[in-house]
Design a protein around this ligand. Structure first.
Ligand code: PMP
Length: 398
């Protein structure tokens, strides 16, 4: 018998299960209305288009589409990705198996044990889980409704950092985006302290309100590794995404990618090229944005109705993406909010959210919670937020 636990590498102790997945298990009960999952709405998956494209790929390019291919990615797909950005060449594009793999590869190539990574608090749990096994430390940056607060960012960078991780658009978990002024401040500060930026942008194309803002990569191409993905615009099941950076920055990443999985599925890349060739994605994005805009409207209306009475509850008002972040005031008797403890009462009351604590690397966030409006129907949103409103009002009355 092998004692696998005793045999395991030290880094496995840093591999934590996702708290979100634990909550999602609880919400499988039929009568729970869930705002917890961050899944894109499956009603938006272009299944018929994918079927037709798959059939064409097999008919026209069967042998090559099913063969091993280059680590950098399928050349036509790299060209297509480059053309969607300003001043990006195909050589600046590395195809990856989901931006999640991109986060792992960047950490693997650029972070040594003990290195400090600067992240927003709160930030995407999956990024923390990707960085953790590289035995890094975190410096957290306070955020407000415009994203990272520059003074707090400067303090974190000044304390010494190896990498700055930023979600510029419709952040997971807060739904906020960095204002133009803040984008300039972020690249200026990173430049001053000589720190590279990992710009994680899965939601940028899901802007449903307001003018598009430049990527951090547009402002400082030499300093930024940008991650984009098809997960929120096409389908997450493709596991198809890309990193954009200078060929020098991508060089170790390409070697690490080769060692990890040789290359991303040739077949899936060929299907994506076939689907996107005739401008399909831009037409499809109109539908996606319309859906998320109206879903956001239902959720904000319900929140205004249930908790808008000026009792100290605050929530963000996103202009894109799929998340709203709420902060809960202390109770009348001064007891601080505890959204982790309340999550169980919420599920018992038939509604689920993700407790804020999950998005903080070093504790904190007990007054926060994440609500996703991507999949609930308008009726479920109204009923679910009425349940949540009652629970939160009761919890803060004490
Ligand atoms: N970054 C962020 C901020 C995300 O929210 C997600 C998906 N939940 C990812 C990365 C991973 O996306 P992908 O499907 O491309 O791996």
């Amino acid at each position: 018998m092998v004692d696998w636990a005793a045999h395991a590498a030290a880094r496995t102790s840093r591999l934590k299960p996702s708290a979100i997945r634990e909550i999602l298990k609880l919400t499988q009960r039929g009568d729970v209305i869930s705002f917890a999952g961050g899944l894109p709405s499956p009603d938006l998956f272009p299944t018929t288009t994918i079927g037709a494209a798959t059939e064409r790929v097999l008919r026209r390019h069967g042998a090559t589409a099913l063969q091993y291919s280059t680590t950098e990615g399928h050349p036509p797909l790299r060209e297509w990705v480059a053309a969607r950005y300003a001043n990006v060449a195909a050589d600046d594009v590395q195809i990856v198996s989901g931006s999640q793999q991109g986060l792992d590869l960047v950490a693997k190539c650029y972070l040594d044990p003990g290195d400090a990574v600067v992240v927003a608090a709160p930030t995407y749990t999956g990024a923390l889980r990707a960085f953790d096994p590289y035995q890094v430390r975190y410096r957290t940056v306070e955020t407000d409704d415009d994203g990272m607060v520059p003074e707090a960012l400067e303090a974190a960078l000044a304390a010494g950092a190896k990498l700055l991780y930023v979600i510029p658009n419709f952040d997971n978990p807060t739904g906020t985006h960095l204002s133009l002024e803040r984008r300039h401040a972020v690249v200026e500060l990173a430049g001053r302290y000589g720190v590279p930026i990992l710009e994680d942008d899965p939601y940028g194309e899901l802007r449903f309100e307001g003018a598009e803002l430049p990527h951090l990569r547009d402002l400082a191409p030499e300093r930024v590794i940008h991650a984009g993905t098809f997960s929120k615009t096409l389908v997450p099941g493709f596991r198809l995404a890309w990193l954009i950076a200078s060929p020098e920055a991508l060089e170790p990443i390409r070697r690490a990618k080769q060692a990890a999985d040789l290359h991303t599925s040739t077949f899936v890349q060929a299907i994506a090229v076939e689907i996107t060739a005739d401008g399909f994605l831009d037409e499809h994005l109109v539908k996606i944005r319309d859906h998320y805009r109206s879903q956001r409207g239902y959720l904000l209306d319900a929140l205004d109705r249930e908790l808008g009475g000026g009792d100290g509850f605050h929530w963000t008002r996103p202009s894109g993406g799929m998340f709203v972040w709420m902060t809960v005031p202390s109770a009348a008797d001064g007891t601080p909010a505890d959204t982790t403890a309340l999550a169980h009462d919420a599920v018992a009351a038939g509604v689920a959210y993700v407790p804020g604590e999950s998005f903080y690397p070093d504790g904190g966030g007990l007054d926060g919670l994440r609500l996703s409006y991507s999949v609930a129907t308008p009726e479920q949103i109204n009923t679910g937020i009425a349940r949540l409103g009652e629970l939160l009002r009761r919890a803060t009355l004490r």
